[in-house]
Ligand binder design. Structure first.
Ligand SMILES: [Zn+2]
Length: 204
């Protein structure tokens, strides 16, 4: 039973972080969270940043959405969940790094490239994915197109981060660094975007 599995998982978590290390959460509660890193990741069940980076509670401030997208800065009255998380991480928590964590085999990117198979019955995915519409290169086909668009979409999200004036200011004065990463599920590799179009393996 999936739910029983989770409850058993929580018991094991409680043993590790409450019984074996009684000060761990006490300190996180008393001193508050002070993560240095924000991660913007996909909702995909295979790309949980805390699991793949073996991060401890308190280390990562995470927002997850379909295809790990950053929308452009639009300070209006709409419901900007991702922008609210970025604002809190940057202006309140003063994180020093933001990682846009893309991944291969992303269902959101597949929808952007190939359309949803039941598109007329979907209400939100197309509109959301249009944030990275310009990442789509129709000169490529099939898996090659998907792998390319997954990378290009990370670059657009990094550009969109810089449309937030308080992000741009902090990047310019060196208080905040932006990173574009890509988790290749098939190869088990983590790649980092570098200037221009190159992606470097970080695991050696
Ligand atoms: Zn995804």
């Amino acid at each position: 039973m999936p739910i029983d599995r989770l409850i058993a998982g929580f018991k094991s978590f409680r043993e590790t972080y409450y019984e074996e290390q009684p000060d761990f959460y006490r300190s996180l509660v008393e001193k508050g969270q002070k993560p240095d890193v924000m991660v913007i990741a996909c909702s995909d069940s295979r790309v949980n940043p805390s699991i793949i980076a073996k991060a401890e509670p308190g280390e990562l401030f995470i927002v997850r959405n379909v295809a790990n997208l950053v929308p452009p800065y639009e300070p209006d009255s709409h419901y900007h969940g991702t922008s609210a998380a970025i604002e809190f991480a940057v202006r309140d928590l003063n994180v020093e790094h933001i990682i846009v964590l893309g991944h291969s085999h992303c269902g959101g990117i597949r929808c952007l490239c190939e359309g949803h198979e039941d598109a007329k019955n979907r209400e939100f995915i197309d509109g959301w994915m249009s944030i990275v519409e310009q990442a789509r290169d129709d000169s490529l086909k099939g898996e090659a197109q998907l792998r390319n668009v997954e990378r290009e979409a990370v670059k657009i999200s990094l550009d969109n981060l810089l449309t937030f004036p308080w992000v741009k200011r902090r990047v310019e004065n060196g208080r905040l660094k932006l990173h574009g990463w890509l988790f290749d599920l098939e190869a088990g590799e983590l790649l980092a975007h570098e200037a221009g179009d190159s992606w470097k393996t970080m695991t050696g």
